[in-house]
Design a protein around this ligand. Structure first.
Ligand SMILES: Cc1cc2nc3c(=O)[nH]c(=O)nc-3n(C[C@H](O)[C@H](O)[C@H](O)COP(=O)(O)OP(=O)(O)OC[C@H]3O[C@@H](n4cnc5c(N)ncnc54)[C@H](O)[C@@H]3O)c2cc1C
Ligand SMILES: NC(=O)c1ccc[n+]([C@@H]2O[C@H](COP(=O)([O-])OP(=O)(O)OC[C@H]3O[C@@H](n4cnc5c(N)ncnc54)[C@H](OP(=O)(O)O)[C@@H]3O)[C@@H](O)[C@H]2O)c1
Length: 282
């Protein structure tokens, strides 16, 4: 059921009229839907270029033309899974951000630039086989996991998938909450997900049913106790991490404490990390 509080700008039944901008934009992709979740967060979908292949969890460069007609590009995780006919992105709105101060105003029928060269480390190929996959994110760092949580390969490879997502406030969890809820009823993947995907959202600055930083809930053992799971073990547990630089550094130390080591595409191991953004904060 759609939430009346969310401003969703979905594609009309008839295609939007052809826009002249498409002819001028390099690697143009047309916007098909926009949803504003809070005054700082929105998601949008674009048509997928037919030739674009990617692994769930990867990121691409997207953007708009600046005032001088030059491409203004930023890295964005593809939030949709590799089988999806469209591409989804989940974005911050940085008030004075060169790209997002403009990008937040896109509408259905507009074009964005999408450079079709996906890359990234938050992919199954960079992890050794295991039993449990921990997806650890703050803020928009959930975007690559929105892709991986919707990919059947994730449930073929792991018996349990634990999505820990922490934000300052409750409203910032809503994109992830609706995504996880929708997965249980999904005709394609619902059966695979049932009982396997454990969702552990927390806040840090607004009262919520569960609170606390990902790091604290791992280090204290609270998350294991709450979910009835054993502590992480190098033999069985794998992790993917995506948040601010400080978050990534702190989570890495905890994972290393459990004996896990960092992997890469060329050297698969027990955990992988990617920055959700560059910088210390807005
Ligand atoms: C590998 C990678 C993947 C990324 N994927 C995403 C994604 O899926 N969604 C997304 O919104 N952003 C993502 N980013 C960040 C994105 O590239 C841009 O920084 C963001 O869109 C803001 O662009 P801007 O030009 O408006 O501001 P910028 O000049 O790029 O950033 C200004 C400042 O805003 C803060 N900031 C930027 N992005 C974020 C963020 N996502 N969350 C909190 N603070 C932020 C930082 O302090 C930064 O210094 C990713 C970055 C990297 C490196
Ligand atoms: N979220 C908002 O409502 C809001 C509003 C306006 C402006 N901003 C600005 O936007 C920028 C990004 O904000 P954000 O909320 O997206 O990202 P953030 O500051 O990285 O915080 C996101 C979540 O990660 C947690 N966290 C931060 N560092 C951590 C670490 N080292 N280890 C474990 N957990 C950690 C935070 O907990 P803690 O709360 O304990 O730090 C918070 O729950 C900030 O500079 C902020 O000032 C945010």
């Amino acid at each position: 059921m759609s939430d009346p509080l969310l401003m969703t700008d979905a594609a009309p039944a008839t295609p939007a009229p052809e826009k002249t901008a498409k002819a001028h934009l390099p690697d143009a992709a047309r916007v098909t839907a926009v949803t504003h979740w809070t005054d700082r967060l929105f998601s949008f979908r674009v048509e997928r270029p037919r030739s674009l292949r990617f692994r769930s969890g990867e990121f691409v460069m997207i953007g708009l033309l600046d005032d001088r007609g030059k491409p203004l590009l930023r890295a964005y995780s593809i939030a949709s899974p590799s089988w999806d006919e469209e591409l989804e992105f989940y974005s911050i709105k940085v008030p004075d951000g060169p790209l997002t101060s403009r990008l937040q105003h896109i509408k259905v029928g507009d074009d964005i630039i999408l450079r079709p060269k996906p890359v990234g480390t938050l992919v199954h190929d960079a992890l050794l086989p295991g039993k449990r996959l921990w997806l650890l994110a703050t803020g928009t760092g959930i975007a690559p996991f929105a892709s991986l949580m919707r990919d059947p390969e994730t449930y073929e490879k792991f018996d349990q998938v634990i999505m820990m997502h922490t934000c300052r406030e409750v409203a910032e969890l809503e994109y992830g909450r609706q995504l996880v809820e929708g997965l249980q009823d999904d005709p394609l993947i619902g059966e695979m997900v049932a009982g396997k995907l454990l969702y552990y959202p927390t806040t840090t600055r607004e009262p919520f049913e569960r609170m606390g930083r990902v790091t604290d809930n791992l280090a204290s053992g609270k998350v294991f106790a709450d979910l009835g799971l054993p502590p992480m073990d190098k033999a069985t547990d794998r992790a993917m991490v995506c948040g601010s630089l400080a978050f990534n550094v702190d989570v890495k130390a905890i994972l290393e404490g459990f004996g896990l080591t960092e992997g890469a595409n060329s050297d698969p191991r027990e955990y992988v990390v990617e920055k959700a953004f560059v910088g210390d904060g807005i």
